[in-house]
Design a protein around this ligand. Structure first.
Ligand SMILES: Nc1ncnc2c1ncn2[C@@H]1O[C@H](COP(=O)(O)OP(=O)(O)OP(=O)(O)O)[C@@H](O)[C@H]1O
Length: 610
C-alpha cells in the first residue's frame, strides 16, 4: 500500500505541474480530481484568491430539521477528533456548521467555510462540497487535491444527501479536518450519515399527518367560505366556517361519516342528514400515504333545509347529457406506443403514482390525475388502462373543446363494452363546458358500471378559482404524477423512449455529456419540453450520437425568473460562445467583447451552467 505522505507529495507536484502546464501535468492523480481541476480552471477560479458569494440561508428548513440529529450524533461520536461538520443546501451554500474542534473552526472561518457562503466548485474550485455536486457522488478531497491555495491544509469528505422520494440531491454533508489528521474512516462516516439524513427526510415526508395537514391548509385557503374538515388517525381539524356551521355533536356525526368514507375504497363523497333536518354534502379528497388511505379532507356543503317536497339528490331527474362532438374526441387506444414504455420507472413517486392509478383503474374509480403540464398524465392513463383492461376502450375528450350538445352515446359506444372516458385538462374548461362535463359525469355514473371516467388536471390550477372546481365533487380519488425534474433516475429511460418515438429505426443515441445536460435542466414543461428539445437536437444531428451542444441553449441554464425576449437572446448568445470555447470563461468573454466580471454577472443572472 503506498505511503499516504508520498502520495500527497506526488499529488502536490502534479498540481503544480497542472497549474503551470495544463492537463498533462495532472497525470497520475485520480481522474475525478483531474477533471475537477480542469472544470475549476475553465470556470476561472482564482487559485490564489478565490472569492465566494454570501447569501441568507434558511437555518430552519426541512433539510436542516432532518439533518440536525445526525450532525449532533457525529459531534458526540467524534468528540476526540478535531473536525468540523457542515451541511449545505442544494445550491452548495453552507446552512449549518458544527465545530467539534474550535481550532479547526477558526481556520475554516478564514476561508469563508461558514453558514451563508457558497462552496460551489465554480467559486472555490475542487472541494468536498462543490465537487460532490459536480460528480454526483460521495468523495474525499485531501490536501493538495484542492484546487485553490487556501484549502491546501484541509481534508474534507462530502456525500450527497438524496431525498429518497424525489431522488433529488437536497444538499451535501461534509466533514473537514486538517490534512495530517485525515483518515479514510471519515469518508465512510460521511456516506452513512448522509444516508441517515435521507432516511429522516423520508420519514418526515411519509408522515401522514403532514400530508393531511398540507391538504387541509390548501383546501381551506381555496374554500374559505365553505366548511372544511380533515380526518385521519389522531388528526381532526376544522376551519372557522365549519365551527360556525356545525356544533360539536354535528361535527361528530360528520366525523363518523367521514371515517366510514375513509374505509370505503371507492367513494370519497356522500350526503349526510343532520338531526335538525339539514342535509350536508361531503366532498372528500383522499390522502394516500404509501398505498394506505391515511385520511380525508372534506368540504362540507349544506343543502337547503329539508322540506316535505324535497327529493334526494339521487332521485333528481338528470338533464339530457352532452359531452363532445365525435370530432373532438379520439380513441385513446390509437395513441398507444410500445407497451410498458410509460409506466416503468425507478423513481419512488412515479412508482407510487403508477400503483395508485392501477388500483383505481382496476376498481373503476372516477379518478383525478394531477400533475404539471406535460408530465405524462394522459399517456400514463392510456397505457395503464390498456394494461389493466386490454379489451377495453378509452375515449378521450379535450375539456376546452367541450361546449356544444352532443350525444354521449355516440362517444361511449355499445352497451356492454368496457369504456373509460378521459377528460383531458379539465382546468381549461370554461363555464359552459364545465356544465356539460358535469352532466356527462353524472350520467356516466348512472350508467351500468362498465363505463366510468378519469380526468387530467394541472395541479397549479388548484389554487385558482376557475370553473372546473365545480367538477371535483365527481371524483373519488386523486393521483399525482411527479414532474420530470424529480425523476432523475428515470431520465435515461425516458430520453431513450422519446428518441425511439420521434426517430424510430434510426438508432439515435445521446452522449454522456448531453445526458448530463438533460439531467441538470429543470424541464418546467416536463416530458413535452424534453420531446421538443430532443426534436431540436435531431434536426441538427438526424443520426448518430446527440451532443450537448445539439440541445437548445436554454437546457444549459437554470431558470430563476422569466426572461424578456432580449434577455433570452443574450443568454443564448452567451451559451453558444461558451460552448464554442469548451466552457472557457476567459476565451468566451473575449469572443463576446465583454469583461470577465460582466460575463460572470450574466452567468449568475441567467443561471448558465455550461
Ligand atoms: N415516458 C414517455 N416516453 C415518451 N414520450 C412520453 C413519455 N411520457 C410522455 N411522453 C410524451 O410527452 C408529451 C406529454 O405527455 P402527455 O400529453 O401525456 O402529458 P400531460 O401531462 O397529459 O400533458 P398536458 O398537461 O399538457 O395535457 C406527449 O407528447 C407524450 O407522448
Amino acid at each position: 500500500m503506498p505511503n499516504p505522505e508520498s502520495r500527497l507529495l506526488r499529488v502536490a507536484a502534479a498540481r503544480a505541474d497542472f497549474l503551470a502546464g495544463g492537463r498533462e501535468g495532472a497525470a497520475g492523480v485520480p481522474d475525478l480530481v483531474a477533471a475537477s481541476w480542469e472544470r475549476s480552471q475553465s470556470a476561472g477560479v482564482d487559485v490564489t484568491q478565490p472569492s465566494t458569494d454570501y447569501d441568507d440561508v434558511d437555518p430552519a428548513s426541512l433539510l436542516v430539521r432532518c439533518a440536525l440529529p445526525v450532525l449532533h450524533r457525529i459531534e458526540v461520536d467524534a468528540a476526540d477528533v478535531p473536525l468540523v461538520i457542515a451541511l449545505t443546501d442544494q445550491r452548495a451554500r453552507i446552512v449549518q456548521r458544527i465545530d467539534s474542534s474550535a481550532a479547526v473552526g477558526r481556520l475554516l472561518d478564514r476561508v469563508d467555510f461558514a453558514p451563508g457562503y457558497n462552496y460551489a466548485e465554480s467559486s472555490m474550485g475542487t472541494n468536498g462540497v462543490g465537487t460532490v455536486f459536480e460528480a454526483g457522488r460521495a468523495l474525499a478531497v485531501v490536501g493538495p487535491e484542492h484546487f485553490t491555495d487556501n484549502l491546501q491544509p484541509f481534508a474534507c469528505a462530502g456525500a450527497p444527501i438524496i431525498d429518497p422520494v424525489t431522488g433529488r440531491v437536497e444538499g451535501v454533508l461534509d466533514i473537514t479536518c486538517l490534512a495530517q489528521t485525515w483518515t479514510p474512516i471519515m469518508h465512510a462516516l460521511v456516506k452513512s450519515a448522509a444516508a441517515d439524513i435521507g432516511r429522516n427526510l423520508l420519514m418526515d415526508r411519509s408522515q401522514a399527518q403532514q400530508a393531511i395537514f398540507e391538504t387541509f391548509v390548501r383546501t381551506a385557503a381555496r374554500s374559505a367560505q365553505q366548511a372544511v374538515f380533515a380526518f385521519g388517525g389522531n388528526v381532526f381539524m376544522a376551519n372557522p366556517r365549519a365551527q360556525e356551521l356545525f356544533d360539536a355533536d354535528e361535527q361528530r356525526i360528520l366525523r363518523d361519516h367521514s371515517a366510514f368514507l375513509v374505509a370505503h375504497r371507492s367513494r370519497a363523497s356522500d350526503d349526510v342528514a343532520l338531526p335538525d333536518g339539514r342535509r350536508v354534502h361531503l366532498r372528500g379528497t383522499r390522502i394516500v400515504a404509501d398505498t394506505e388511505v391515511a385520511g380525508l379532507v372534506v368540504v362540507a356543503e349544506v343543502a337547503t333545509r329539508r322540506s316535505p317536497h324535497a327529493t334526494d339528490f339521487a332521485e333528481r331527474v338528470l338533464p339530457q347529457v352532452a359531452v363532445a362532438t365525435p370530432q373532438t374526441s379520439e380513441l385513446a387506444g390509437g395513441l398507444s406506443r410500445p407497451h410498458g414504455t410509460i409506466a416503468t420507472g425507478q423513481c419512488p413517486a412515479w412508482q407510487r403514482a403508477c400503483a395508485e392509478l392501477r388500483e383505481q383503474l382496476t376498481d373503476r374509480v372516477p379518478t383525478l390525475v394531477l400533475g404539471e403540464s406535460g408530465s405524462g398524465k394522459f399517456s400514463l392513463v392510456v397505457e395503464m388502462f390498456q394494461d389493466v383492461h386490454p379489451t377495453g376502450r378509452a375515449v378521450s375528450v379535450d375539456a376546452d373543446e367541450l361546449g356544444g350538445q352532443a350525444s354521449l352515446d355516440s362517444l361511449l359506444g355499445g352497451d356492454e363494452e368496457l369504456t373509460l372516458l378521459i377528460a383531458r385538462n379539465i382546468d381549461q374548461a370554461g363555464t359552459a363546458a364545465v356544465e356539460n362535463i358535469g352532466q356527462a359525469f353524472t350520467a356516466v355514473r348512472e350508467r351500468a358500471d362498465h363505463v366510468w371516467f378519469v380526468a387530467t388536471l394541472s395541479d397549479s390550477a388548484l389554487d385558482s378559482d376557475l370553473p372546473f372546481h365545480a367538477l371535483l365533487r365527481h371524483f373519488d380519488a386523486a393521483v399525482t404524477v411527479p414532474p420530470l425534474r424529480t425523476r432523475t433516475a428515470d431520465l435515461p429511460h425516458i430520453v431513450a423512449s422519446v428518441l425511439r418515438e420521434i426517430a424510430p429505426d434510426r438508432g439515435v443515441r445521446i452522449s454522456p455529456d448531453a445526458q448530463r445536460v438533460v439531467a441538470r435542466y429543470t424541464w418546467p414543461r416536463n416530458v413535452a419540453q424534453l420531446r421538443d428539445a430532443l426534436a431540436h437536437a435531431l434536426r441538427l444531428r438526424p443520426v448518430g450520437e446527440l451532443q450537448a451542444h445539439d440541445l437548445p441553449a436554454y437546457c444549459q441554464t437554470t431558470a430563476r425568473r422569466t426572461l424578456t425576449p432580449l434577455e433570452t437572446a443574450e443568454r443564448d448568445t452567451i451559451v453558444e460562445a461558451l460552448r464554442a470555447h469548451d466552457g472557457n470563461r476567459v476565451a468566451a468573454s473575449q469572443h463576446l467583447g465583454m469583461s470577465r466580471s460582466s460575463l460572470y454577472r450574466k452567468l449568475e443572472a441567467f443561471g448558465i451552467n455550461v
